[in-house]
Design a protein around this ligand. Structure first.
Ligand code: PLP
Length: 469
């Protein structure tokens, strides 16, 4: 093989630029990205020649140069963030974007964010307004709190609360509540960043009233309760409830702060789930400040919602950190729409996707599973396809022990392994993320939208996902 000859047969850049297809790419995209793609693909080709042992293969690669440049340019202009189908059955899947937001809400938000809005403008006075004003009254009405605000996420809430109430002082918290919230972020570490010193009391499984009382000094600025939302301590356990903490805090004139993690505004027990303390209960019991996530069980946008006594919320609104942690117009707009749904529980359960998925009757889920299985069988895929009961989970660090009865399409590929099939499903144009167990691909229909069923079945057929390659 004469490699020099092969190197010389690679088209030169100026020749490529004359090419009609390349001209089309420059017109359609940009000259810069086309040039970048040309150089990348030419480099690749030189490497192919350097390590080649098959001359025909090299010639084939040279012939494919222009299509390869086309694909490289198109890739550069294709957004990497894409819609995926969540077949895992985990409703609040943090890696898949946690709470999906309703399409109807997004349509309304689109009109607000693609132009100007009264985000921080008081239309009555013609003066500067507050970005919380759009949902503060609603939050107070729904929870019984005196005042409310929101920041970037709930980790920010904790940071801002402690910085505002306890900077330079001490905060008492139970050892049983020092949690890691995922991605290696730990509540105690977030708290330290606020400039407040944590005073840990009790043991992992037991903390008593006396432990809190003994820890209070003249430097104590607040008592903190963290809802252990993503794990449960069971067995020989004891913790001090918020009702017990309130009188103690009152006696020492200290505020009680409660980090609820997942903010639930409706009683999930009604829908067959374990009771999860609601935000209203916390306020009714007398917590001074309560915070929770916007995109966990609330089913809204990513946010950290802080509610409570006006005196404390005002301190937070004035804290310089608030400027760094503030929510944007997308969040403010979405939050108002989601909270408005809660004015009627019936509407909330119907129009907020997270609540809709959690409460959807299994018969409806089964219909979708059967429809998907039917479409897949009609495509004559080389696999065993059956519909079977399974269990969905809430995820996102909420109700960790809870399992919701569900229905899934179980797929056993006949020609390839489950691992191979899972990998191929991930690389589809609309990636499908399944759960796998016992050599089976599981697609839990609870988290798959009706409108995605066709897409799932057709992609599996069209891209020959199940065929030996
Ligand atoms: C999830 C969680 C957080 C963090 O909330 P983000 O909105 O993810 O920042 C903080 N505290 C508790 C108890 C949580 O469960």
């Amino acid at each position: 093989m004469n490699k020099n000859l092969l190197y010389r047969s690679i088209p030169k850049v100026d020749v490529l630029l004359e090419d009609e297809a390349i001209q089309g790419m420059i017109d359609g995209y940009s000259r810069d990205t086309v040039m970048e793609a040309i150089h990348t693909e030419l480099d690749k080709l030189r490497k192919v020649i350097a390590s080649a042992s098959d001359e025909e293969e090299v010639k084939r690669q040279i012939d494919l140069l222009v299509p390869h440049i086309d694909r490289a340019v198109a890739d550069m202009h294709t957004p990497n963030m894409r819609m995926v189908v969540n077949g895992t059955g985990t409703i609040l899947h943090t890696n898949l974007g946690r709470a999906p937001v309703s399409g109807e809400h997004m349509k309304r938000v689109l009109t607000l964010v693609s132009g100007y809005s009264n985000l921080e403008y008081n239309l009555e006075t013609g003066k500067r307004g507050e970005r919380y004003s759009h949902f503060e009254k609603l939050l107070c009405k729904l929870t019984g709190a005196e005042a409310a605000m929101a920041v970037n996420n709930n980790a920010s809430s904790v940071l801002l609360i402690l910085s505002s109430l306890a900077k330079g002082g001490e905060v008492v918290v139970s050892r049983g509540e020092l949690i890691e919230i995922g991605g290696k972020f730990r509540i105690p570490d977030v708290m330290e960043q606020s400039g407040a010193a944590l005073v840990e009391v009790g043991t992992t499984n037991k903390t008593h009233y006396d432990d809190y009382e003994a820890a209070i000094t003249e430097n104590t600025k607040a008592l903190l309760k963290v809802h252990t939302s993503n794990y449960r301590i069971v067995g020989f356990t004891d913790s001090v409830t918020i009702d017990e903490l309130i009188p103690l805090a009152k006696a020492y004139d200290l505020p009680v702060v409660e980090d609820l993690g997942s903010g639930v505004l409706i009683d999930l027990e009604k829908y067959g789930l374990t009771h999860e303390p609601t935000v209203q209960e916390s306020i009714a019991k007398g917590a001074d400040v309560v915070c929770f996530s916007g995109d966990k069980l609330l089913g809204g946008p990513q946010a950290g919602i802080i509610i409570g006594k006006k005196k404390y919320i005002d301190m937070m609104k004035k804290n310089q950190l608030t400027r760094a942690l503030r929510i944007d117009k997308f969040t403010a707009a979405t939050l108002e729409l989601v909270l408005q749904e809660y004015l009627s529980e019936e509407k909330a359960v119907k129009n907020i996707p997270v609540l809709q998925m959690i409460t959807e009757p299994i018969a409806e889920v089964e219909k979708r599973a059967r429809l998907l299985a039917r479409r897949m069988r009609a495509a004559h895929l080389p696999a065993q396809i059956v519909v079977k009961p399974c269990e969905s989970q809430i995820g996102g660090g909420s109700l960790p022990l809870e399992r919701i009865p569900s229905m899934a399409v179980m797929i056993r590929p006949e020609k390839i392994s489950v691992a191979e099939m899972e990998e191929r499903m991930r690389s589809l144009p609309f990636p499908i993320i399944p759960r796998t167990a016992n050599d089976t691909i599981i697609l839990d229909a609870r988290t798959i939208k009706q409108s995605d069923i066709r897409l799932v079945a057709e992609q599996l057929k069209e891209y020959e996902v199940l065929e030996k390659r």
